[in-house]
Write a protein that binds this ligand. Structure first.
Ligand SMILES: Cc1ncc(C[n+]2csc(CCOP(=O)(O)OP(=O)(O)O)c2C)c(N)n1
Length: 668
């Protein structure tokens, strides 16, 4: 029963010309997540669910924004936005099932709480790391702008998340590119236990809009009519005048960060102050005072929602526990892709590695008109290595995009483009700089298909490698960081012919591919290369030489060092395997050769410890032990950073150690 004392109205509600029907809809849409949450708190206490992030007191923001956007417009919620999911009318049993790790949820039990997305409802759920969501939203905004579909997308963060670099990068990119994204900050006073005074040092987070050259507004987040009216007029305008808008919603987190952590650190008077501003109760009282609803209406509605919650909970609780199936687990890491061979034409031309990559890239972009390439200085300037020279004229500024120095936001934007049906290519200026985009590569691109069936149709081009006297930050060959991450394909060609066919296949593949390009080979290696478009299957090694005494396994620059060594030692009869792809790895080719020769040596350019040579070595031991005539040998560079001076670099590299190691092995 509603009593006189609870009928206080804190807000000066401005109804404007909002229809009664909409007012009731907004009320119902806030009541439902509130009632679900109250039920969840009971279940948590009963030990029936494991964790809960509460958005109680913040419902007006999720509900207001979701009510304004069309169903086909993407929303990227965070961990306190249950109202987004309920307002998109996801059947509750599916949500409950998701939270219980069951099959009717959205992640086949692979991720918890709100860490999921669904194309069916145009929702892109968070990863725990928070910040990349803004960059993914920028990518979706870019896709909408390129499609010219007049759609807006909305993304959420708390004020704590705004301290992350990813958020800053994404806002900058969105502003430079004028992307139609509603960036929503829910400023709820605390980030876990950290108060705003220890989180940022400006008066309002919305003030930051000025620094980004972006329109921004502060909105009373607990006043549903203010949220609805202001956001609606902005969204209506953004659809015709695409631009990013930064919104700071003032609100408060009424419960602990997650239930178990409590709110002891929050002063009681602050709690009391915000309790009086409860978005649901105030709006309810307002609607009663306007004679739009009454106590009976509320009671009936609560009975109806309670029945819906209970019925759906029964469904979820009665659903059987998910079955652990090894094949499915392994299979779902990647989107199924059936390789389509495009055979090379007969006509060839003599190309350097760099030209072959450029030509392959260009022909792939001609073939797939949904490809967008992004990178620093790649448009007018043609990229620092000139691989994209002429691309701007061929494909235009929309598809060939210079980016600010924002690796994290651009990797994330590539993910957003993929979500929206594009193929995205990113040129990392140097593979060393992948560190600045590492989080979205290993957590977003790599894990999305396994988590919620969303592929990342992204190729990250990685100019890498030493031998060019460029020191510790422009010489690394960091493939092992990525071969260790399930969900990424890793390709590393050594020849122009392979480079051209593999870049085409990388772009055709709907999964994320890290494509390594060795800088020292760019202009030093030439080959006859077919003039037209063709593909080479990812995951297949090339046997460059056949012999009986030893198997040499290598890739990238190592292939050329091994070839030189064999040329200087013509008495050695060796199988030389150029891996070409590191993930997936052609184990069949490796084992067949080692079983024949009985000896194996693996050379990598990277430092030794934790590199791919160590894994291949173990795999050979495990699978070919009976046929081995000597311990498997690894040759790698020093376990130091890469030095600059030529003689130090020479000492560092595995190149100089290969010949003696090979001869040692042969004489074992
Ligand atoms: C990169 C990263 N650092 C730390 C965390 C741990 N963490 C999760 S949520 C959170 C607080 C977030 O605060 P805010 O963005 O204000 O959102 P709120 O929880 O208040 O809604 C923290 C520290 C994380 N998930 N990811």
């Amino acid at each position: 029963m509603t009593t006189e004392t609870t009928k206080k109205i804190h807000f000066d509600y401005q109804r404007g010309n909002i229809q009664e029907e909409t007012l009731i809809h907004l009320y119902k849409s806030m009541l439902k997540p509130r009632m679900i949450e109250e039920k969840m708190l009971i279940l948590l206490r009963q030990g029936k669910i494991s964790k809960w992030f509460s958005g109680i007191g913040q419902e007006a923001i999720s509900v207001g924004i979701t009510s304004i956007l069309d169903k086909e417009e993407y929303i990227l919620p965070m961990h306190r936005n249950l109202g987004v999911f309920t307002s998109r009318e996801i059947p509750l049993y599916r949500l409950f099932s998701q939270w219980q790790g069951k099959a009717n949820g959205f992640t086949k039990g692979r991720d918890r709480s709100f860490h999921f997305g669904t194309q069916e409802f145009n929702i892109v759920g968070m990863i725990s790391h928070l910040g990349p969501q803004f960059g993914v939203a920028a990518g979706i905004g870019l896709a909408n702008k390129l499609k010219g579909n007049n759609q807006v997308c909305a993304v959420f963060t708390g004020e704590g998340g705004t301290s992350e670099g990813d958020i800053h990068e994404a806002l900058n990119v969105a502003s430079v590119w004028q992307l139609p994204v509603l960036f929503c900050i829910e400023n709820n006073g605390y980030g876990l236990s950290t108060p705003t005074s220890e989180q940022y040092n400006c008066e309002h987070l919305a003030d930051r809009g000025k620094g980004y050259g972006m329109e921004s507004h502060i909105i009373e987040g607990n006043n549903i009519l203010e949220v609805y009216t202001k956001v609606k007029s902005l969204v209506d305008d953004m659809r015709v005048n695409p631009r990013p808008v930064l919104l700071e919603f003032q609100t408060f987190r009424m419960r602990g960060h997650e239930e178990a952590s409590g709110t002891k650190y929050v002063p009681q008077d602050l709690m009391d102050e915000w309790e009086a501003k409860d978005p649901l109760i105030n709006f309810e009282n307002y609607l009663i005072s306007e004679n739009i609803i009454n106590d009976d209406f509320i009671e009936d509605l609560k009975v109806e929602i309670k029945a819906e919650i209970d019925g759906n909970l029964d469904l979820a609780f009665n659903e059987e526990v998910i079955k652990a199936d090894l094949t499915t687990e392994l299979y779902d890491v990647f989107q199924n892709h059936i390789y389509q061979e495009v055979k090379p034409n007969k006509e060839t031309e003599n190309l350097r590695l760099i030209d072959a990559i450029s030509q392959g890239l260009k022909q792939a972009m001609e073939r797939h008109d949904n490809t967008v390439i992004m990178g620093q200085d790649i448009a007018e300037y043609g990229g620092v290595f000139k691989i994209t020279e002429g691309f701007l004229d061929a494909f235009g500024k929309e598809r060939v995009r210079n980016t600010p120095i924002c690796e994290s936001a651009i990797v994330s934007a590539a993910m957003g483009l993929s979500i929206s049906g594009f193929k995205a290519i990113m040129e990392m200026q140097f593979s060393d700089f992948a560190t600045s985009g590492f989080n979205p590569i290993v957590n977003y691109l790599a894990k999305s298909h396994y988590r919620w069936n969303q592929n990342a149709d992204v190729v990250v081009r990685m100019p890498c490698g030493a031998g060019v006297g460029a020191g510790p930050f422009h010489s690394q060959t960091n493939e092992a960081w990525f071969t260790h991450t399930p969900g990424l394909k890793v390709v590393y060609p050594a020849f122009p012919y392979d480079a051209k066919g593999l870049i085409a296949s990388a772009i055709e593949d709907p999964n994320p591919v890290m494509y390594f390009e060795h800088k020292a080979l760019y202009r030093s290696i030439r080959q006859e290369v077919p003039t037209d478009y063709y593909t080479i299957e990812i995951g297949k090694a090339a046997i460059l030489k056949e012999g009986n005494d030893v198997t040499i396994i290598t890739y990238g620059a190592g292939v050329h060092w091994a070839l030189d060594t064999l040329e200087n030692n013509s008495h050695i009869s060796a199988d030389l395997i150029d891996l070409r792809s590191l993930a997936p790895l052609d184990t069949e080719a490796i084992y067949a050769s080692v079983k024949k020769t009985g000896k194996a040596i693996i050379m990598q350019e990277d430092a030794m410890f934790g590199g791919i040579a160590s894994d291949i070595c173990s795999m050979i031991m495990e699978n070919c032990f009976e046929q081995l005539d000597a311990p498997v040998k690894r040759v790698a560079s020093l376990d130091t950073p890469i030095p600059f001076a030529a003689n130090l670099e020479e000492q560092y590299l595995s190149k100089g150690k290969f010949e003696s190691s090979l001869l040692d092995l042969l004489s074992y």
